[in-house]
Design a protein around this ligand. Structure first.
Ligand SMILES: Cc1cc2nc3c(=O)[nH]c(=O)nc-3n(C[C@H](O)[C@H](O)[C@H](O)COP(=O)(O)OP(=O)(O)OC[C@H]3O[C@@H](n4cnc5c(N)ncnc54)[C@H](O)[C@@H]3O)c2cc1C
Length: 506
């Protein structure tokens, strides 16, 4: 490996001093993603990059990727860094590419109904841009403020609009990717929605930055709806709200968004902002269309809610939640940290999945909230979050919840989302014997494993020596299971919110 000072000079020559960082503080900022990582993890991984590079063009990305052949420094691509399982965090230091300076909307083609954006544009910026031109995105990740186009594609993110507009996979028409040898690939011809052999686009959906660096994406658009109206209904328990969500699909309705949020979320919100809604288990549904269409849909949803014993809540509740829809995890301010278990489950089993999440949370004596939303007509996303204080020795044990919840999702016929660095053991559960095929594809694109090496398919440690250079994925599963057991043995819940504590009898 080249000496670090030499590698630094080469980076400076390529990008200039303003777009290369190596200070302790900047490296620390990039040493974790949205979820909390206990300090003990530093024993296993070099989570701090050696350098942070901020490219502005595809040519610069290509030049940086080629430099890695000289320096042998590993590359970690990063968008908003809002993932949860270490995908955008280095495992052996190296050069982290922060893609957020590639933040231009390159152009909107109104006839072809597509928009071309650089990888570092956030979904909120892109949504604002296309809406100002009379169009809308077909789907938008829940975290549109922080999440970037390249990051969401690499995470195969799900979110708003999927029930009506299809998945992100259906949205992406073409990608520009810098491959690990520095060459530039366009994944599809201009007119090819069918995914014939000529179309490599799907290969990069959910690839977690292991096959190349996405620099631009062409996304399909729909006309902007005249009206978007959020409505909310209260239910006696979270599972009843889940039954209502399923009822929406069973009734043949296709709102823009339909989600459930349990009352515990509002207990945390109340502790932070006294003007937040009264704690209640609720369903939030957003309908779109012309004024008449929206009014008809609302009436149908009202009637359906009655069938499921739901009570319509005042319009201000839905309006407030809709305004804040991209901002859902302020509860982390109560505890310093928070972790999320993100899973896809069959819609028919959503009520059971919600009950399982509540049971697991209580069994592990955690403070947390259960939330879910419709992804399409057969699938729901279940994303409970739990609070954790990773500055305390017992804080990291909350990660055991992510493991147990993921196991439960598999049992329910679904799977957990995101492998990154911490959940690689789930790959085999998802794909069985085909797991090797994924590693083989990585081998074709990136034989030296220089981009996000030692993640997603295997778990490298910071030590390059045989015997300890990698953790067998089941070893990670055992570690998280031990965390769950320690958590269970803890005599009491953490005391982040007194009223919550009292309501749970802990
Ligand atoms: C509040 C909140 C809500 C969320 N809601 C959802 C949700 O509804 N659905 C969901 O699926 N996820 C959700 N997530 C998880 C995560 O935010 C999303 O998956 C998000 O789309 C990731 O985008 P990002 O730009 O932050 O990617 P990052 O976290 O920066 O990166 C994710 C992965 O992509 C790679 N990567 C990033 N950019 C590139 C690039 N240009 N080229 C190649 N590889 C790249 C990284 O190496 C990493 O492996 C949420 C997270 C938060 C904090």
């Amino acid at each position: 490996m080249a000496n670090l000072d030499y590698a630094y000079r080469r980076l400076l020559n390529t990008l200039g001093p303003e777009r290369v960082a190596r200070s302790e503080f900047e490296r620390m900022v990039y040493s974790h993603d949205f979820a909390s990582v206990p300090k003990i993890a530093l024993l296993q991984w070099r989570l701090y990059p050696d350098f942070v590079a901020l490219p502005k063009t595809s040519e610069e990305v290509s030049a940086l990727v080629k430099l890695s052949d000289e320096s042998l420094l590993p590359i970690t691509p990063r968008g908003g860094g809002t993932g949860w399982y270490g995908g955008s965090v280095p495992n052996r230091g190296g050069v982290l590419f922060d893609m957020r300076r590639m933040n231009r909307v390159v152009g909107l083609d109104p006839d072809g109904r597509t928009v071309t954006a650089e990888a570092g544009v956030t979904w909120k910026e892109l949504e604002d841009h296309v809406e100002s031109k009379g169009f809308a995105l077909r789907t938008v990740p829940l975290n549109a403020i922080g999440s970037t186009v390249g990051g969401a594609i690499n995470s195969a993110s799900v979110g708003f609009g999927g029930l009506r507009g299809g998945s992100l996979r259906d949205s992406v028409a073409n990608l520009e990717v810098i491959l690990p040898d520095g060459s530039l690939l366009k994944t599809a011809a201009a007119a090819d929605a069918g995914g014939q052999l000529a179309d490599l686009t799907p290969l990069f959906l959910g690839a977690e930055g292991t096959l190349g660096i996405i620099t631009k994406a062409v996304l399909r658009l729909v006309p902007k709806p005249e009206v978007t109206k959020p409505v909310t209904y209260g239910f006696a328990e979270p599972a009843a709200a889940a039954r209502y969500l399923k009822g929406i699909v069973d009734a043949g309705l296709a709102p823009y968004h339909a989600a459930l949020i349990d009352r515990d979320h509002f207990v945390f919100e109340r502790a932070l902002r006294p003007d937040s809604p009264d704690p209640v288990d609720l369903a939030l549904v957003a309908v779109q269309g012309s004024k008449d269409e929206v009014s008809d849909q609302e009436k149908t949803l009202d009637a359906l809610a009655k069938e499921y014993s739901g009570t319509k809540l005042p319009p201000t509740v839905g309006e407030g939640l809709w305004r804040e829809r991209y901002n859902n995890y302020s509860a982390r301010r109560l505890s310093r940290g928070l972790t999320i278990s993100y899973n896809l489950v069959p819609l028919r089993r959503l009520p059971e999945a919600v009950e399982t999440a509540l049971r697991l949370r209580d069994k592990l004596k955690l403070n947390g909230s259960v939330q879910a939303h419709l992804v399409d007509t057969t699938t729901a996303a279940l994303q409970p979050y739990v609070l954790m204080d990773d500055t305390k020795p017992s804080g990291g044990t909350a990660l055991g919840f992510v493991k147990r919840m993921g196991d439960a999702a598999f049992k329910l016929g679904g799977h957990s989302m995101g492998l990154g660095l911490f959940l690689v053991f789930n790959l085999r559960k998802m794909h069985g014997n085909a797991t090797g095929a994924y590693s083989a594809v990585k081998g074709v694109f990136d034989p030296r494993k220089k981009i996000n090496g030692g993640k997603t398919f295997e778990v490298w440690t910071k030590y390059p020596w045989p015997g300890i250079r990698a953790i067998p994925p089941p070893g990670m599963a055992i570690g998280l299971e031990v965390a769950a057991l320690l958590r269970r043995a803890k005599p009491t819940r953490d005391r982040f919110v007194r009223t919550y504590e009292a309501s749970k009898g802990g």
